[in-house]
Design a protein around this ligand. Structure first.
Ligand SMILES: [Zn+2]
Ligand SMILES: [Zn+2]
Length: 132
């Protein structure tokens, strides 16, 4: 079981089952939504994920059609995202996890939109756009 929470602790979530994948996303939307040079997320099955406390303070912003970015409205922590494709998965912001989810990033995506100051030198595959 994987768990996590926002900065202020109002929102807590739980993931039953294994995370599917971990990736670095450099897209402009993720950069703005997280306020960071890149976004590190894990992909999990939608049915495995649930908010266990603070659901009433979870807000969301639809950054592009079908992409709903959920965050804590008390402290602003970005938490998870619903997206149309591929169906059945959501992403969870890795920085809000408790402990070690047991997997490591496998790729950089949307490198075409990476911040000019970001240098990638970890040897992982780099994709100009999203996962194919
Ligand atoms: Zn919070
Ligand atoms: Zn992104």
């Amino acid at each position: 079981m994987i768990s996590g929470h926002c900065l202020c602790g109002a929102v807590r979530y739980q993931i039953d089952g294994e995370a599917v994948l971990m990736m670095y996303c450099h897209c402009e939307e993720c950069r703005r939504a997280t306020g960071s040079s890149l976004n590190t997320s894990i992909f999990v099955r939608r049915e495995d994920f649930r908010v266990i406390s603070g659901e009433e303070v979870v807000g969301h912003h639809e950054s592009s059609p079908g992409n709903r970015r959920h965050f804590c409205t008390k402290c602003g922590s970005p938490l998870f995202k619903h997206f149309p494709q591929p169906p059945g998965l959501i992403t969870v912001r890795a920085g809000t996890l408790d402990g070690d989810p047991g997997l490591r990033p496998t790729a950089h995506i949307w490198v075409s939109e990476k911040a000019p100051w970001t240098e990638i030198n970890d040897g992982l595959p780099q994709h100009q756009r999203g996962p194919s």
